[in-house]
Design a protein around this ligand. Structure first.
Ligand code: NAD
Length: 474
């Protein structure tokens, strides 16, 4: 049995038995058995069921958000938004379900050749603890829309809302066995991604776990999509609207207590505005209220686990020798929250070249600030990381913004904004931030693969057999 804690006060919320390899095997078999019938339904029928699930999510929004806040420590305003977004994700993919199209390819007069996009079969989803309900939706909804089954393993620390989603899926009309949510940690996840009857693995989490999963899945040649971490820069030129910059910088790294893959954890400021912007950010950070995430006045709750808190505190402690701690806010001394995993939001600058804080993902509320001289220097610093998830650039000069967007090595660039995401817009990373793209038209490419069908239109031997073009090969 594993304790599921609330990071707010370390209280045990429930105890769960992790799924064993034999449970994983049963879940994959049940998913395999249910999938062909689901794929045979029309897209319209699948879409109707996904809409029904979205209705149920919306009807249970408050309960889901409260459970999520209790289990993750994220403020209630954020978890409400995430649950609402999850319903939106089910609706988006409900609309995609009957939009699947193949193509007819005119290879010559002797053939009628077309493609049929087909579901993979059983999709294994493995997700992290930072946005548990929304990520469960983000893996399950497209898998189902495109005719797949899904076996999902939420993070060991935050399984509660994903398990609740399994109930809502059944209530909404998803056939028995088609979706399975398995609680458990690394062993359960490893058993799932190594299962020979899994056809596709979609993973969100840490880059080292991503590497381990890619290695494991390779043994069966199971395709994998990896959404991993980041060390994303926000780059600010002197002609930017600095009021908006300060808001976006503070929310961009301190929301969710820094536990966002897209956290703008590096701030690159042009040297002419360095002191001014740093002062304004520092002032905002000192005023941030860390505390009970159910309290409307709270800006940040705790970190997810004691281990994550300790990791963040280690980065902060190190910064006293590798850089300068510019600002920090207080952590709660409320007796009720004693035992919770709180850390002070912190701003650090003057970091030595090669300092860990400039290169490694903290996944906590710590911002590293550096100056730059000119466009080339800004680009060099922005790209000075093995991660490549996202970047923000702030300037009134449209040509400069697009030059930067074209040259920065990331999957998403925001110009004069930050942290906006949509089901319609492809998302994913480069380098240590992973590979594969989710969302929008890319989702159909991720969860479907084309089958090519050749039909002879002649009665004799195929013409051009053994020649180039529409001839034999392979
Ligand atoms: P993690 O990699 O430790 O765990 C993620 C999931 O993988 C959990 O369910 C865990 O049980 C499972 N797991 C661990 N080892 C496994 C193995 N060997 N085989 C199969 N499954 C295994 O990540 P975390 O600490 O829960 O989450 C934080 C990380 O997630 C950060 O690096 C963050 O940047 C990343 N993240 C990325 C995105 C994105 O979209 N790019 C979004 C959110 C979080």
């Amino acid at each position: 049995m594993v304790d599921v804690l609330s990071p707010i006060d370390a209280r045990v919320l429930t105890r769960l038995t992790p799924a064993t390899p034999s449970d994983v095997d049963s879940a994959v078999r049940a998913a395999r058995a249910a999938q062909p019938g689901w794929a045979r339904r029309t897209g319209g029928e699948r879409g109707r069921i996904l809409h029904a699930v979205a209705d149920l999510i919306e009807a249970n929004l408050e309960e889901l958000a409260e459970t999520e806040t209790r289990n993750t420590g994220k403020i209630l305003g954020d978890t409400r938004r995430e649950v609402r977004r999850a319903a939106g994700t089910f609706r988006y993919y409900a609309g995609c379900a009957d939009q699947v199209r193949g193509e007819t390819i005119p290879v010559g007069t002797e053939y009628h050749t077309y493609t049929v996009p087909e579901p993979y079969g059983v999709v294994a989803g493995v997700i992290p603890w930072n946005v548990p309900f929304f990520f469960a939706a983000k893996k399950i909804a497209p898998a189902l829309a495109f005719g797949n089954a899904c076996v999902l393993k939420p993070a060991e620390e935050t399984p509660l809302t994903a398990l609740r989603l399994a109930g809502l899926l059944a209530e909404g009309g998803v056939p028995e066995g088609l979706v399975q949510v398995l609680p458990g940690g690394r062993e359960t996840g490893a058993a799932l991604v190594s299962h020979p009857d899994v056809d596709l693995v979609v993973f969100t989490g840490h880059h080292e776990t991503g590497k381990a999963i890619a290695r494991t899945a390779a043994a069966n040649l199971t395709p994998v999509a990896l959404e991993l971490g980041g060390k994303s820069p926000q780059v600010v030129f002197p002609d930017a609207d600095l009021d908006r910059v300060v808001d976006a910088v503070v929310l961009g790294v301190f929301a969710s207590c820094g536990q966002m893959c897209i956290a703008g954890s590096r701030l690159l400021l042009h040297e002419s505005i360095y002191d001014d912007v740093l002062d304004r950010v520092a002032e905002r950070v000192r005023a941030l209220r860390v505390g009970d995430p159910f309290d409307e006045a709270t800006d940040l709750g705790p970190q997810i686990t004691a281990a994550q808190r300790d990791k963040t505190l280690e980065f902060i402690a190190e910064s006293h020798s590798t850089g300068r701690v510019v600002a920090q806010s207080a952590i709660p001394d409320d007796e009720r929250l004693r035992g919770g995993f709180y850390v002070p939001p912190t701003v650090v600058d003057r970091l030595a070249d090669g300092a860990r804080l400039l290169r490694e993902e903290v996944f906590g509320p710590v911002l590293a600030v550096s100056p730059f001289r000119d466009d080339a220097d800004a680009l060099r610093l922005a790209n000075d990381t093995q991660f490549g998830l996202a970047a923000g650039v702030w300037t009134a000069d449209i040509a400069r913004a697009h030059r930067f967007a074209g040259q920065v090595r990331v999957g998403t660039v925001w110009i004069n904004t930050y942290r906006v995401l949509s089901d319609l817009v492809p998302f994913g990373g480069v380098g240590l931030s992973g590979y594969g793209r989710e969302n929008g038209t890319e989702a159909a490419r991720l969860y479907l693969r084309p089958k090519s069908v050749w039909t002879s239109l002649t009665t004799g031997l195929p013409q051009g057999y053994g020649l180039g073009g529409a001839g034999a090969a392979g």
